[in-house]
Design a protein around this ligand. Sequence first.
Ligand code: TUI
Length: 310
Amino acid sequence: MKNITELLSIKYPLIQGGMANVSRHELVAAVSNAGGLGLIGAGGNDSEWVRNEIRQCKKLTDKPFGVNIMLMSPHACDIAKVVTEEKVKVVTTGAGNPGQFIKEWKEAGIVVIPVVSSVALAKRMERSGVDAVIAEGMEAGGHIGETTTMALIPQIVDAVNIPVIAAGGIADKRQVLATFALGAKGVQVGTVFLASEECPIHINYKNMIIEAKDISTMITGREKNAPVRVLKNKMAREYVNLSKSVENREELEKMTLGSHRIAVFEGDLERGSFMAGQVAGMVKEIKPVKQIIEELFMGINEYKNNLEIL
Ligand code: TUI
């Protein structure tokens, strides 16, 4: 089985989460330049927005980067074409089944890595010919599945013969090591990059992350089968009530993305929806992307060798 670093032509087996509204060219290029794989998060934006982000990113780095397509978006089909036209090297997908696009992407030579939150979808994706899967546990921020990283990774590793990249609940080298012990071949990290110098979000969002503690996140949207992990605030609490009265899931998704935009661009502490993973409580300061990545791997082999288990 190919290494993730070989598959993606990168230095560290690390992918930056394609966070809606957040993962724009400034962050993406910084991650790729530091030896990870940056991902543009298409989120709810249209295909021309994505095309422009790809072109901006190419100006800032000659290293590989990718695009994450959020499949619940009404623009997903158009974006699927744009990534081919713009010769993007890697495509990841979230919040759905990318089956209908895989043939076109593989024919274009794109490395395809869907995010999955269940064994069933991981197996289906393997049969469709994807290169790897990102298995995301429910510790992650944003839209999530039902199973924790600790329980999900080994079950997916046992079910497929392609590399599994772990996501959800990874903020330091102990967790990187733990996911490798579970059989993962790489990690995807999102929350930690929210508090990076290069991350183009409002300072209030970064400060919310830094001030968060272990129990600072909650899940909204459960009633409509669209669970989304966010930092607790007035909006999140009201939202849980709101989701009972709102007509349908699509309406709720639009509202979530709307309030997420308010968090990212305006930093409105009351009206914003601040998506973040449970590891927000481990993030204590704003650092440059390069330092964040180096710290995730520095000394990891010594740490592993010094574990005394029996
Ligand atoms: O996609 C994410 N995280 C996201 S997307 C997002 S934007 C949004 N905002 C409001 C409502 C909905 C989306 C914010 N955060 N992570 C990857 C992920 N994918 N987690 C879970 C899944 C997933 C779930 C079900 C993937 C596939 C799936 O399959 C459904 C099917 O059709 O089999």
